[in-house]
Design a protein around this ligand. Structure first.
Ligand code: SP5
Ligand code: ZN
Length: 388
């Protein structure tokens, strides 16, 4: 497997409020270090991408990495992006934090604040106070902004964009793993949450559409994209972004009544033209690998009906048995079984597939778990190449 990595993703370090304690965030640079070191001792190929280097996408007239900024601007709220880029500097200038400290919200716009007239929603103006802005652009306190958060989040998004480019450009890389950090699936493109600042799956879809249309030239191209979200937590941000969109099928297997608490239910089936293109498969806390694999079978059934042309996997390892933020009972060898079950399915066997890293917080096991998943994923791929 080709694996994309950018050392800039290691620069983001933050704190979070967890269980009423302010602690170093469980989403740490050590996660990526552990995975990279496991991959370096394997037969997988780690390609180091530099988010600040000129993009190789053939747009010579564009500034370095203009493509990722283009995908960002076309999908994420402009005021929100500006906030991510500047709020830490503004807080330091205002004496609100030291340069090595983290911006964390204090007050959130809340549905109970207004009883008449005013609504909380897209039309609500950002507050004038830079201190208050932190709560306007976040929905929890696990998404602090430090001095390097923006650099890392943009590098993470760039890995998703580069992965999308390479997976459609090069036949031999039928599947690519992007070591995205920070993760993305809780970010709604207007609000940060759950360690997520930029929704990398949203960026990947924008990039896939762009590169597919570049390849087909004037011929119309309509990629049918499935996003299969295997993080322990529901990908509220990804669901929300594609809710009305029938050209993206979002399928998620996640803990029932677990974080982010307000979404991920079975009756969320999509809206407008997108009805029928959102599938939530919540699983009870403490579910076993057998129960998990039954849900994978249900997911694959829906995906087969959809007949996708491209696959995006939002892959979290917080489904691991001892994960501090999850409650499923998956073990290392289960990741090989799950990956093999998904990739051997006729529905997606030949589809270009981009795997994006989401959560997973048991640092000592992350490397082994990723290796197990990749091994399971590549088993059916080997038999496919033999067929050809
Ligand atoms: C990307 C990702 O995995 N984000 C998850 C962020 C979760 N943050 C809050 C978790 C609160 C968990 N409560 C304890 C559950 C123990 N089973
Ligand atoms: Zn998660």
């Amino acid at each position: 497997m080709l694996v994309l990595h950018d050392t800039a993703t290691l620069q983001h370090e933050t704190v979070e409020l967890l269980g009423a304690k302010l602690i170093p965030a469980l989403e740490s640079p050590e996660r990526i270090r552990a995975i990279v070191s496991a991959l370096e001792g394997s037969n997988h190929k780690v390609l180091t991408v530099d988010h600040s280097a000129p993009s190789e996408s053939g747009h010579d007239s564009r500034a370095p990495n203009a493509l990722v900024d283009h995908f960002l601007a076309s999908t994420h709220d402009a005021g929100y992006i500006e906030h991510l880029r500047t709020v830490h500097t503004r807080w330091v200038a205002g004496g609100l934090v030291q340069p090595d400290e983290t911006v964390l919200p204090e007050a959130f716009p809340h549905r109970g604040l207004f009883t008449a007239g005013q609504q909380i929603g897209a039309k609500m103006e950002p507050p004038k106070d830079v201190f208050a802005l932190a709560g306007y652009y976040a929905f929890d306190m696990s998404t602090g902004i430090s001095s390097k958060t923006w650099v890392a989040a943009r590098a993470s998004a760039n890995l998703a964009a580069e992965g999308a480019r390479l997976v459609v450009a090069e036949d031999q890389n039928r599947s690519i793993l992007a070591l995205c950090r920070p993760p993305g699936h809780h970010c709604t493109t207007k609000v940060a949450g759950g360690y997520c600042y930029i929704n990398n799956a949203v960026i990947a879809v924008a990039a896939l559409r762009f590169h597919v249309s570049q390849l087909t030239g004037s011929r119309p191209s309509h990629p049918r994209i499935v996003i299969l979200d295997l993080d322990f937590h529901h990908g509220n941000g990804t669901q929300d972004f594609f809710y009305d969109d029938p050209s993206v099928l979002y399928v998620s297997i996640h803990g029932l009544h677990e974080y982010p608490y307000y979404s991920g239910f079975e009756d969320e089936i999509g809206g407008g033209d997108g009805v029928g293109f959102n599938l939530n498969l919540p699983l009870a806390p403490r579910s076993s690998s057998a129960e998990y694999l039954e849900m994978v079978a249900k997911a694959m059934e829906a995906i087969a009906k959809y007949e996708p042309s491209h696959v995006i996997l939002s892959l979290g390892f917080d489904t691991f048995v001892t994960d501090p933020l999850g409650s499923f009972q998956l073990d290392t060898e289960d990741y090989a079984k799950i990956a093999c079950r998904i990739r051997s399915d006729e529905a997606i066997k030949h589809a270009p597939s981009l795997i994006l890293l989401e959560g997973g917080y048991v640092i000592e096991k992350l490397g082994d778990n990723v290796l197990a998943f990749l091994q399971g994923w590549e088993e059916p791929e080997k038999s496919v190449s033999q067929e050809e």
